[in-house]
Design a protein around this ligand. Structure first.
Ligand code: SAM
Length: 259
């Protein structure tokens, strides 16, 4: 059975055995570990993963791909559905341990998938995910760079991202317009010590007007809570703050509450 990818969704299927092996090896899970593949498609990466990790679950939205996988890889647990609806907590509970995630992500929903993985961080060990290089660079960006922003701060506060390697557009079919990159997210970051939603709101509000000083950009929050941006941060712009400084900022402008 031949399944044609829907080019309009920007989905590009891996063709190169070396890249496939490299991604599978980067998961670095023990052999018996519960591994979850996001978007297996026709199974390019899946076969290699299944050889290494027999306890593999694959989540795929495309019905034809699901049928194809069930026929060709009968040992695989294929779940038909939208990965954004995945209940990671239940899946980890069912497996009795934290999960390892891997996938060549559908690029049109990379950010929502990343945020859902960050939300599920307590149930995950490590995710090895391929995305557009431009997005990968944002995840690991440092202050004072153009790529540094909301995604960088939230990701670096909630997990430990590492850019592993670039993937040429020539190893895909159809060939995408952009270079890709594989990123590892290790979910071993300590507890933040502030409420995650308050941190997210602080970071989003600060970067919404990234050319303004924090004293001004955070007015929508400070006018509501009655607390002030501390003097040593008030004159700075968000792009000059290390991720950890956003935790102090959150604590200061929300009055120090939060777990
Ligand atoms: N893993 C395959 C490979 O590397 O050749 C396919 C990768 S392709 C970039 C993305 C896959 O994700 C497609 O098979 C697509 O059907 C699937 N997909 C797209 N949106 C999805 C969603 N919301 N939930 C689960 N799978 C999705």
């Amino acid at each position: 059975m031949s399944i044609r990818p829907k080019k309009s969704l920007g989905q590009n299927f891996l063709r190169d055995p070396n890249t496939i092996r490299k991604i599978a090896a980067s998961v670095e899970a023990p052999a018996g570990a519960p591994v979850v593949e996001i978007g297996p498609g026709t199974g390019a990466l899946t076969e290699e993963l299944l050889q290494r990790y027999p306890d593999l679950t694959a989540i795929e939205v495309d019905e034809r791909a699901v049928e194809h996988l069930r026929e060709t890889l009968p040992g695989l647990d294929v779940q038909h559905g939208d990965v954004l609806d995945t209940d990671w907590a239940s899946l980890a509970e069912e497996k009795g341990e934290k999960l390892w995630v891997v996938g060549n992500l559908p690029y049109y929903i990379t950010s929502p998938i990343l945020f859902s993985l960050l939300d599920a961080r307590r149930h995950l060990r490590r995710a090895v995910v391929m995305m557009q290089k431009e997005v990968a660079e944002r995840l690991v960006a440092v202050p004072h760079t153009k790529a540094y922003g909301i995604l960088s701060v939230q990701t670096q506060l909630l997990c430990r991202p590492t850019l592993l390697f670039d993937v040429s557009r020539h190893v895909f079919h159809p060939k995408p317009d952009v270079t890709s990159a594989v990123v590892a997210l290790d979910f071993d970051a300590p507890n933040l010590g502030v409420d995650v939603e308050q941190m997210r709101r602080t970071v989003r509000t600060a970067f919404n007007q990234r050319r303004k000083t924090l004293r001004n950009s955070l007015k929508p929050i400070t006018s509501e809570t009655g607390f002030h941006v501390p003097d040593y941060l008030a004159g700075q712009r968000p792009e000059s703050l290390e991720p950890a400084a956003f935790v102090s900022l959150t604590r200061a402008i929300f009055g120090g509450a939060g777990a």
